[in-house]
Design a protein around this ligand. Structure first.
Ligand code: ADP
Ligand code: ZN
Length: 745
């Protein structure tokens, strides 16, 4: 028997090995093995069964160990990994490592090992007799008789080069015993809801929900591939649709993956889901998958899914690789969230991988959002995805009104840079009177690098790329980070001539101080990644807020996700501008999404909600369309812009980052490389750059970047990857390719 193995850890190759007799038992595609590579033993995954072409079999080395024959990587994941390696231009080894939890890779606990122990000692006479008739059995006995504890059968047999039949014979004679060691199981509980399990009762679906569910029926029952986009406004009851679809998939004997952008931040979603799922299918435990699990917990969940003992997993991005058996349905909730894109190698997009995995399994992929990504929306418009719409809120309550505060006017009134507008302060006071609560959001991006005139709201944009120009303090220039256009930074606003052209965003701390000063009676608490570093702090604050011990919660948008606070009737967005003027063509889309999602948080209980948005640029389309949550209107206008400038979804965008300590050398090689790409692939890709990155230097390393625009990833990336592998990169320059890059700022 000969197998092809994908070694992990930096070996992006398929290597062939002979399999010794004793290791053949149960060995299959996806088995985890150890193989000799360059005089060291490495873990690997069996990726092929059969001999290599054009290589003398006699010269093959032998497999060193079968860590576990049970497929650590089921065939569908192996296929997915191969697709990803091609699409994202990265090594198969790095993808396999991402797919396998560390505990599984280490082989810990995976070993439902058979153990051998001696249960009856042989007399010297008996041993002599066996020696004569069955020398192999005697060999095994002598080895075992010297051991103090039970030994792993596979290891012993491999070491002595004996077959399983030898052990069986001694077991039959009553000399050895064989037992399977059970894998210890950790409890399935997770306490991320902080003890506040929100029981979610089943609802009789309303007409829109029923129609959406019915539209999924055929595919779910028939085992057909299909992608549906569930576009439902906030509070329209998308979860109920997910749950019904999940129930159907389970009833058809299938498995389900439910993805959420960030498990730790959506405790209620997860808690609600689990309580409902466990009600739907009491005999199916629901595995929760996220980065805060201990190795043991993760391994346990992994095993439960891989063995088919559990059929549903709820988790963040990486749960798309959960070894769910007979996969029928993948739900991607809040599919527009950038958190689905991994920002380290392999730089995959969880949503796109979900669609591919569904395709390979002939399963259904259900994408849901109140503000779908324009990529998904365009796919729905083109008929590639089925569009399911929920246009009404379940309780027919109106969406809260969004009030726009024009900070230009506020700045004039206050004669200073405003952090809290008069309107917002009044509204907070009113909440205090009524014993209701307020959330103040600040954009996560702590720096504002655009030039914004606080007098007239003018923002300098690149005329070729329609993105905000970035201000570089070092040489007082404005630059476009897509095409490289560069000019001197103006001292006065080019539009109105005012000198107030430089403006930076506020931090959460400044806003917290302002609230303490201006609304002194309010109990304020701040929540951002700085203050939430301490373990459990996040949960503590949320619990206090829920209990009504905090009046005003100040934080980055992380506090907005999936949280349901019935007593919050005021939401303020302090600086809508920051997200709007980052140098990213998706800045408008992000801002629109943020505003609509934030508005959906206000007044979810039986009281009406109010949303106040502060901005210097109230005329921006993201702001105007969000006032009435007009997704269709926004999408139409934004898609037109994207088409005019050839941005995604009309073309794919690939980011190439170069890093190095020597800036001149870095620039030189980036430019040489760009010339080469232009010459060889110029007919299939449009290049922009190379230019310095928005953050030019991190930890003493300079950064340059290059962009490729292309109609087809699959027609370009393989050639680009080949070209890159053949280019003589100096050792002190690192470079990273990011396909379908999401964060441009
Ligand atoms: P979305 O995710 O679309 O914003 P949710 O799924 O969170 O909305 O639903 C909003 C609320 O409406 C939840 O409290 C949910 O329990 C409730 N709900 C959902 N469907 C129905 C229904 N058919 N009848 C009554 N209440 C419903
Ligand atoms: Zn430009």
């Amino acid at each position: 028997m000969i197998v092809g193995v994908h070694p992990l850890a930096g070996f992006d190759k398929l290597l062939h090995y002979r399999v010794p007799e004793a290791m053949r038992d149960g060995l299959t595609l996806g088995s985890l093995v150890r193989v000799p590579v360059l005089n060291a033993l490495r873990l690997g995954i069996v990726g092929e069964i059969g001999a290599p072409k054009n290589f003398p079999v006699e010269r093959l080395k032998s497999l060193a160990q079968v860590v576990h024959p049970f497929p650590a990587l089921p065939p569908d994941l192996l296929e997915l990994a191969r697709w990803m390696a091609g699409y994202y231009a990265c090594g198969l080894d790095s993808i396999i490592e991402t797919m396998l939890p560390a505990a599984v890779r280490n082989g810990a606990g995976l070993k439902q090992e058979k153990l051998l122990s001696v249960v009856r000692k042989l007399t010297p006479e008996e041993l002599a007799l066996i020696e004569k008739r069955a020398p192999q059995q005697a060999k095994l006995y002598r080895f075992m008789a010297e051991q103090f504890r039970p030994q792993k059968k596979s290891l012993v047999l491999a070491r002595l080069d004996l077959t399983a039949a030898v052990a069986s014979a001694l077991v039959k004679r009553g000399v050895l015993s064989e037992e399977t060691r059970r894998v210890e199981r950790v409890a399935y509980t997770d306490d991320f809801a902080g003890g506040e399990l929100v029981a979610s009762q089943p609802h009789a679906p309303n007409a829109e929900q029923a129609a959406a569910i019915a539209a999924l029926d055929g595919e779910l029952a028939g085992g057909k591939f299909g992608v549906s986009l569930l576009h439902g406004i906030t509070g329209s009851g998308k979860t109920e649709v997910y749950l019904r679809a999940i129930a159907k998939a389970l009833a058809a004997g299938g498995g389900v993956i439910f993805l959420v952008p960030e498990v730790a931040l959506t405790p209620q979603t997860v808690a609600r889901l689990r309580s409902r799922l466990e009600a739907i299918a009491p005999d199916h435990r629901c595995v929760v998958w996220h980065s805060h699990l201990s190795e043991g917990e993760r391994l346990d969940g992994w095993l439960a899914l891989a063995t088919g003992e559990a059929r549903v997993v709820v988790g963040a991005r990486s749960a798309v690789f959960a070894p769910v058996q007979n996969l029928r349905l993948i739900v991607v909730d809040e599919e527009h969230e950038p958190a689905y894109k991994q920002d380290e190698t392999p730089r995959y997009h969880g949503r796109d991988v979900a669609v591919m995995r569904a395709k390979l399994n002939r399963a259904v992929c259900l994408l849901g959002s109140a503000t779908p990504s324009l990529e998904s929306f365009a796919n729905a418009q083109a008929g590639k995805y089925k569009l399911l719409e929920l246009k009404e809120r379940v309780d027919s309550r109106k969406l809260p009104h969004i009030d726009i505060v024009d900070l230009r006017i506020e700045a004039m009134k206050q004669r200073a840079m405003p952090s809290l507008s008069g309107k917002l302060i009044d509204a907070m006071h009113a909440r205090l009177e009524r014993r209701e609560q307020t959330i103040l959001f600040i954009n996560r991006r702590g720096y504002s690098s655009a030039m914004l005139c606080t007098k007239c709201g003018h923002v300098e944009e690149c005329t070729h790329c329609s993105i905000a120009l970035t201000y570089h303090r070092a040489d007082e220039t404005l630059r476009c980070h897509l095409c490289g256009v560069q000019k001197n930074a103006p001292l006065r606003c080019p539009k109105c001539g005012a000198p107030e052209i430089r403006w930076r965003g506020l931090g959460t701390q400044r806003v917290e101080e302002a609230v303490r000063r201006l609304v002194p009676r309010a109990r304020v608490e701040r929540m951002d990644s700085d203050t939430m570093g301490k373990k459990n702090r996040f949960r503590e604050v949320l619990a206090q807020f829920r209990a009504g011990k905090i009046d005003v919660l100040v934080g980055t948008q992380m506090i907005g996700k999936g949280l349901d606070f019935p007593n919050v009737t005021l939401v303020g967005l302090i600086d809508a501008d920051i997200s709007m003027h980052i140098p990213d063509f998706r800045a408008n889309e992000r801002t629109f999404q943020l505003l609509v999602q934030v508005a959906g948080r206000a007044g979810r209980g039986d009281r009406a909600g109010e949303v106040i948005v502060q901005t210097f640029t109230p005329q921006a389309s993201a702001i105007q369309y969000s006032r009435h949550a007009d997704y269709a209107g926004f999408a139409a206008e934004e898609l037109k812009l994207r088409k005019d400038f050839h941005y995604p979804p009309y073309r794919h965008l690939i980011h190439h980052l170069f890093r190095g300590k020597n800036p001149e050398k870095l620039q030189f090689f980036a430019e040489q490389w760009a010339k080469l790409v232009e010459l060889t692939l110029g007919n299939r890709v449009e290049l922009r750059g190379p230019t310095p990155s928005p953050i030019e230097k991190i930890k003493d390393e300079y950064r340059w970047q290059l962009w490729y625009f292309t109609p087809s990833v699959t027609k370009v990336v393989p050639d680009l990857a080949k070209l890159r592998a053949g280019f003589a990169w100096p050792d002190d320059i690192t470079q990273v390719l990011d396909i379908d890059a999401v964060n441009l700022g």
